[in-house]
Design a binder for this molecule. Sequence first.
Ligand code: ATP
Ligand code: MG
Length: 156
Amino acid sequence: FSFTTFNFVQLFNDAIEMMQHNNPSHTIRAEFDANQLLIYADQQRIEQVIINLISNAIKYSPDAGLIIIKGQATNSKLKVSVQDFGIGIAKDQLKRIFSRFYRVENLAAHMSGLGIGLYISHEIIHRHHGKIWAESELGKGTTFFFEIPLQQNGDR
Ligand code: ATP
Ligand code: MG
């Protein structure tokens, strides 16, 4: 991992712009508390987490077009949420989705994927001393959250 200090809002906005451009059927709306939220992190890997979460939000909400992304700073942490209004995830599956190769069974037939995006995202967030989790209601939609430390005195 290669840590530097950078503005998370800019990274996220650039990623959103690219994803929006490639997925015109969905509307990606971003709301940030500030124009600048500095984190000391591996920029490429954090970008990968963002892209994994937005890709899932798009893939698993084939009919519902809105995706809402929020970013805020609280208690020296960055908290991010990615919300969709798609197919949702059953309660008993929620804690398994971060496992390697795990995919919700009834989907595998018509939605392609390897089941590693969330596993990788989980590994990356943990390497940043953060956490990642999801809340969902079947048929209504899903919100993924992650939290990582903001830049601290002494970080470069
Ligand atoms: P890939 O490796 O290409 O990302 P994948 O999307 O199937 O494949 P993960 O991103 O790890 O794998 O997600 C694991 C499983 O969690 C998915 O197969 C799907 O069942 C469920 N899932 C993930 N995100 C969502 C979401 N936003 N809404 C509903 N289900 C989701
Ligand atoms: Mg995925």
